[in-house]
Design a protein around this ligand. Structure first.
Ligand code: BDP
Length: 325
């Protein structure tokens, strides 16, 4: 609920009269799979505060965390159709819809988190944000999702050979299915919320994710072997429904874009702290961490690049990302 002082209220009413009542005090609903307090959830809340402040309360944001609005594949569809206004999701589940998102989702495309930040903060990032629009979404900003590594309930993984015969859950994208299969393991795409019980009941042996997700999802409780292969550094993205976007004045659209960008440094600060906290927490709770020689993993990914960077434009995108120092 918004509580505005009288003066601000007067200004709000005047603005509402001049640009149409439909945009007065609109609460934008935003989805996130993560629990309250998670860096992405907190960053979207901060974004909402900036939006409310800068639009004099014409717009505010309510974050529905913990997958209250559904699992990501479903909430993405609902966002495209304007049922949900905003969504914070990994780029992975967009791979089938927005071809450009496949490239920053390729294994080992980024040399480090710093490399990823530099690319996504620059021209290439803006180009990928713009690529959402023909698909009913407006890309607003990228957040950090750290590096993802494999974990499982069976044994420590120190080499590619150790992966053989194990079954891993991946996000819903063919890129990740092929990635796991190229390493000689089996892959099952599955919604995030189903992974815990799938590991617990032995339907799968493990999954792959960053430290904060590994901890906060509880997966660490049922899959204690975590291998630091860091095969993916997939950015997270905040998108808005184009249906909602089109009801917003150009001035407020600009405010919303800027507020999203302005929430990025805050998310990164929270992210860095959370990674460390989660890593320490899972180790204290008994997770066993294995160092991995990444070179053979990187070499095994060559066919994935050939298959998914399958147009001159996408090949060029790979080359341009790799060229960023
Ligand atoms: C987390 C991402 C989240 C994905 C989840 C997953 O933040 O958007 O849903 O991984 O593996 O790291 O599905």
């Amino acid at each position: 609920m918004l509580h505005l002082p009288k003066l601000a209220m007067g200004a709000l009413v005047a603005t509402a009269l001049s640009i149409g009542a439909a945009s007065a005090q609109t609460v934008l609903r935003s989805s996130d799979t993560h629990p309250d307090g998670y860096p992405t959830v907190e960053a979207v809340k901060r974004f909402g505060e900036l939006v409310a402040e800068r639009t004099d309360g014409r717009y505010s944001v309510e974050v529905f965390h913990s997958a209250q609005l559904g699992e990501e594949a479903d909430t993405i569809e609902q966002t495209r159709f304007g049922v949900i206004d905003l969504n914070r999701v990994s780029l992975g589940p967009f791979n089938g819809l927005v071809p450009e998102t496949k490239i920053p989702s390729l294994p080992y495309i980024f040399r480090s988190v710093e490399h990823m930040r530099k690319v996504m903060d620059g021209e290439i990032g803006d180009e990928i944000l713009a690529a959402f629009e023909p698909h009913g979404l407006i890309g607003l900003a990228f957040y950090d999702g750290g590096a993802r590594s494999f974990y499982n309930s069976e044994k420590p993984i120190a080499s590619i050979d150790d992966l053989s015969g194990l079954k891993f859950r991946v996000m819903q994208s063919d890129v990740f299915v092929d990635m796991v299969e190229a390493l000689g393991a089996d892959a099952t795409p599955m919604p995030y919320g189903e992974v815990y019980s799938a590991i617990e009941t032995g339907v799968i042996d493990g999954a792959e994710n960053n430290w904060p997700s590994y901890e906060t999802s509880g997966h660490a409780e049922v899959a204690k072997y975590y291998s630091l292969d860091q095969h993916l550094i997939v950015p997270e993205v905040l998108v808005m429904s184009k249906t909602t976007w089109d009801t917003i004045s150009p001035e407020d659209q600009e405010i919303i874009r800027q507020a999203a960008k302005d929430s990025v440094p805050y998310q990164r600060e929270l992210w860095d702290a959370q990674e460390e906290k989660s890593r320490e927490a899972v180790i204290a709770a008994g997770s066993e961490i294995t160092e991995v020689d990444k070179a053979p993993f990187i070499a095994a990914m060559e066919p994935i690049y050939e298959k998914y960077a399958d147009t001159p434009e996408l090949k060029d995108l790979v080359a341009r990302i790799q060229a960023v120092e």
